[in-house]
Design a protein around this ligand. Structure first.
Ligand code: NAI
Length: 337
């Protein structure tokens, strides 16, 4: 029986890349039905709610979501819908693999996975202004929340992921030297979890040194696990190692629900121009296919991506080519034929 998934095309380049991904999924004979829903700016305009109940209901029913990027206004306006989704379905592990696709970049054969805690840390958004001397916004304060429960389940997920995927090593990156309570707890819990996985090599490193070492010699890493904001920042750095945000997929995994999305945002600077690279969302769809057991389909799509990129004839601008989103998508569809 085919699986119904909730599809949210999203804002900015979202609809363009989603259309491309659905065309490739069709060409690859993915056994899927789509329940298309709205969220973000589009939903705010159409139904005056950035996260409509119908969208939440659909996600709750289908339990698998493929989501395009959603614009989040900076500083003011509604809170991130991405964060709201992660909270609503307790999507505690954000899995972000990066793999070299375009040859000739700074590094060849990069193959790393970052697992980011997705529900705690500074991104819980517990923050407020503090008034002083007649200025109601003289200061601002934010609270980092780390719980033993949250740290334990994401660290355990990272080790289990390493074991299930034939990976050799887990690096826990932290700032326990300065943030002794919050980051200290994350490290303490990670150390304890590591004891249950004697078959997986493990190490802990300070986050800033990890960033430098990732740039100097990424091959010394394999699976990395860290709290929310550190993971957000380092996963973009890792995307840069393989040529940019256009290639980076993400899975947000909970106990009974999973949401798949590209790491990149809604790219308002190129929205509507037909030049966006859909590979990030397409690789996210591959993670989704793996998640629901359609491994054969995902591996054919990954091969098609490799073939088209290696042939180098229909690459989008961010990959150094001159092709439109549609031309690149047509090449992928052709490679799957
Ligand atoms: P962005 O990822 O949208 O764009 C950064 C740069 O990368 C831009 O120059 C853009 O043109 C380029 N880029 C991104 N995706 C691309 C693609 N598929 N093909 C070719 N080039 C691509 O980040 P930015 O500008 O910081 O954020 C824009 C909006 O997206 C913000 O409102 C932000 O909150 C939101 N956002 C949403 C995310 C999500 O829904 N998961 C994740 C990150 C940002």
């Amino acid at each position: 029986m085919s699986q119904t998934i909730t599809v949210i095309p999203g804002d900015g380049i979202g609809p363009e890349v989603t259309q491309a991904v659905l065309a490739v999924l069709k060409a690859a004979d993915a056994d899927l039905e789509y329940d298309e829903q709205i969220a973000g700016l589009v939903a705010l305009k159409e139904v005056r709610d950035p996260l409509p109940k119908a969208t939440l209901d659909s996600a709750e029913q289908n339990r698998v979501i493929l989501k395009g990027p959603l614009t989040t206004p900076s500083g003011s306006g509604f809170r991130s819908i991405n964060v709201a989704f992660r909270k609503a379905f307790d999507l505690y592990a954000n899995v972000r693999p990066v793999r070299t696709l375009v040859p000739g970049g700074r590094y060849e054969d990069i193959d790393l996975v970052l697992i980011r805690e997705n529900t705690e840390g500074l991104y819980v958004g517990v923050e407020h202004h503090i008034g002083m001397h007649g200025d109601p916004r003289a200061a601002a304060e934010s609270v980092m929340i780390i719980t033993r429960f949250g740290a334990e389940r994401v660290c355990r997920y990272a080790f289990e992921y390493a074991r299930a995927n034939g990976r050799k090593k887990v690096t826990l990156a932290h700032k326990a030297n300065i943030l002794k309570f919050t980051q200290g707890l994350f490290l303490e819990v990670g150390r304890k979890v590591a004891e249950d996985f004697p078959d997986i090599e493990w190490e802990d490193r300070i986050i800033d040194a990890t960033a430098m070492h990732l740039v100097l010699d990424p091959y010394q890493f394999d699976v990395l696990v860290m709290e929310n904001m550190f993971g957000d920042i380092l996963s973009d750095l890792m995307a840069g190692l393989v040529g940019g945000l256009g290639f980076a997929p993400a899975g947000n995994i909970g106990i009974d629900t999973a949401m798949f999305e590209a790491v990149h945002g809604s790219a308002p600077d190129i929205a509507g121009q037909g030049i966006a690279n859909p590979t990030g969302l397409l690789l996210s769809a591959c993670l989704m296919l793996d998640h629901i057991g359609q491994h054969e389909v995902s591996s054919r799509i990954r091969s098609a991506i490799d073939d088209v990129i290696r042939a180098g004839q229909a690459l989008t601008v961010d990959m150094g080519g001159g092709a439109s989103t549609t031309e690149y998508t047509d090449a992928l569809v052709g490679a799957l034929a």
